[in-house]
Design a protein around this ligand. Structure first.
Ligand code: NAD
Length: 506
């Protein structure tokens, strides 16, 4: 097929505004690649300011009705959405896999963890209950209610294009807000699939809008006076920018950033179990998870047997296109990102580390035009090396050798990121002490990827989160509502009198 004909036949991914697909008018668009084959598979429209304004106007108009829609009706729609996402789990997973590159099995897990958030939001009637205090003073009652904020926006990363939007929109919409999603431009299709499911579930037009795009769209959302709150998930520099700009513009902001998750392995740990966990958590989704384990901190003499156990497991991982059954690890999201990850492996020996397994020699890297990189294992990492300090976000597992628990703990606490961490040990007392001491938001005890269930909340510390509240779960309900406290008295002419003093309770 001639080149122009091929480009004309490419799928086009557009916005979703006011309950329908809305073609872009800005004239700007991006390329959506198929990372398993290294070819362009679609174009995605990039919104300009007026297109973002149209989405926000639609959200603002829909908010009037949506906030007064009874909880019972909102819950009914959420239950329908839950059923639809559940029924379409495989199609959603394949859509994710086709643009992100992760395996369908992995993407199915992503959808399942997203679904948990819709299930949690189905209980919104319970979650929105306020408090009531009777007779705080003579004939006076006080009660607190939770009300939605208005139109809110979510800006999401490429690595969980289905789950992370669900972290946000399930609670936001359940609480009575309207929601504008700005998904990653790298894998935008699933956002439209979810919008279609919302419509099928009976969500009124305008309650859920999608604007595709880049920084132009993000900046307009950050400054738009009608957007009340911003939820962001992505890399730390952008999270910081979103937090600073959004709060400067008077918005409530929660901005989750990057990570460098350490797994502390004590000498008494089960070596086989720790090796299985490290492999799964480091190389699942090609290491493109904010909760991936990227550093093992091996305490004392467990380092050699643990490295050996990991090393013998690594060649068994099947690397190939995520949509092909049997593969366990897919490609990275783009050529640029693959090359950036590979550059850390290339530079590690020069920094004084020791590359034990080099993922660049994985056969599929040579035979395929996809953005593949095999799994890498690098020993002798130290603070100050780029390969240790930076978030690499690829299938690269480093090892730091330390002599004691205290040394390992200090290393973790000194690292600027504090998203997740794990300890592997059979000693409950030490595990409990670790949970007490460690400056990280999510901790696993013999669990390598401690992503909280939807009825807790997700969030890191330090450079992994900007803002006060974690995402989803109870914090999500708090984030998407503001409280109002009402002090009430019913007319009683017998007790009515003039009193210019500040009201006292008695
Ligand atoms: P990213 O920061 O590049 O992009 C995230 C979003 O911000 C996208 O929608 C993108 O379009 C937008 N964006 C990018 N550059 C921008 C700019 N200059 N101005 C305004 N908006 C901009 O992140 P990514 O590469 O899509 O995702 C990977 C990163 O996300 C990793 O750092 C990973 O650790 C992090 N992440 C964190 C969590 C968490 O919960 N803490 C979860 C998933 C991913």
């Amino acid at each position: 097929m001639p080149m122009t004909e091929a480009l004309n036949s490419l799928r086009k991914i557009s916005h979703w505004i006011d309950g329908k697909t809305t073609l872009g008018i800005s004239g700007h668009s991006g390329k959506v690649w198929d990372p398993a084959y290294g070819v362009q598979q679609a174009t995605v429209d990039f919104a300009n300011v007026s297109e973002v304004d149209a989405a926000v106007a639609s959200s603002k108009a829909a908010f009037v009705q949506w906030r007064s829609t009874p909880i019972a009706r909102r819950t009914e729609i959420l239950f329908k959405m839950r059923e639809l996402v559940h029924r379409n789990q495989l199609e959603i997973a394949k859509t994710i896999s086709g643009e992100h590159g992760k395996t369908v099995a992995d993407a199915t897990g992503e959808v399942a963890r997203g679904l948990e958030n819709i299930e949690f939001a189905c209980g919104v009637a319970q979650l929105l209950k306020g408090g009531f205090s009777e007779q705080v003073s003579r004939g006076i009652d006080v009660y607190q209610i939770r009300q939605p904020l208005g139109p809110v926006a979510g800006i999401t990363p490429f690595n969980f294009p289905g789950m992370v939007p669900m972290w946000m929109f399930a609670n936001a919409i359940a609480c009575g807000n309207t929601f504008v999603l700005k998904p990653s431009e790298k894998d935008p299709s699933v956002s439209i699939l979810l919008a279609e499911l919302w419509a099928e579930a009976g969500l009124p037009p305008g309650v859920f809008n999608v604007v595709q795009g880049d920084r132009v769209a993000v900046d307009r959302l950050l400054e738009h006076p009608d957007i009340r709150a911003i939820s962001f998930v992505g890399s730390t520099p952008i999270a910081k920018y979103i937090y600073e700009t959004g709060t400067k513009n008077g918005k409530r902001v929660q901005a989750l950033g990057g990570a460098k998750n350490h797994m502390l392995v004590l000498p008494d740990a089960d070596v086989g179990m720790a090796a299985d966990a490290a492999i799964s958590a480091a190389f699942g989704s090609a290491g493109e998870r904010c909760m991936a384990i990227s550093v093992i901190v091996a305490v004392g003499d467990i380092a050699d047997p643990l490295i050996e156990a990991i090393r013998i497991r690594m060649p068994k991982i099947k690397v190939g296109p995520g949509l092909e059954e049997g593969n366990e690890m897919g490609p990275l999201i783009s050529k640029e990102h693959r090359d950036r990850v590979a550059s850390y492996i290339g530079g590690a020996n020069d920094e004084g580390a020791r590359v034990l397994v080099d993922g660049r020699s994985e056969p599929v890297c040579q035979s395929s035009s996809g953005y593949f990189l095999g799994t890498s294992l690098i020993d002798n990492l130290k603070p100050g090396m780029k390969v240790y300090d930076d978030e690499i976000f690829g299938p690269v597992l480093g090892v730091v050798r330390v002599k004691t628990y205290d040394e390992g703990l200090k290393l973790i606490n000194d690292h600027p990121y504090g998203n997740g961490t794990a300890i592997f040990t059979r000693d409950g007392g030490v595990a409990r002490q670790f949970q007490f001491d460690v400056n990280v938001g999510m901790v696993g005890i013999n669990v390598p990827i401690p992503v909280p269930v939807s009825y807790y909340s997700f969030g890191g510390w330090k450079a992994s989160l900007f803002g006060d509240l974690h995402m989803y779960g109870p914090d999500g309900i708090q984030f998407y509502t503001k409280t109002k406290v009402v002090t009430s008295r019913w007319p009683d002419p017998a007790t009515s009198r003039i009193d210019l003093g500040f009201p006292k309770n008695s």
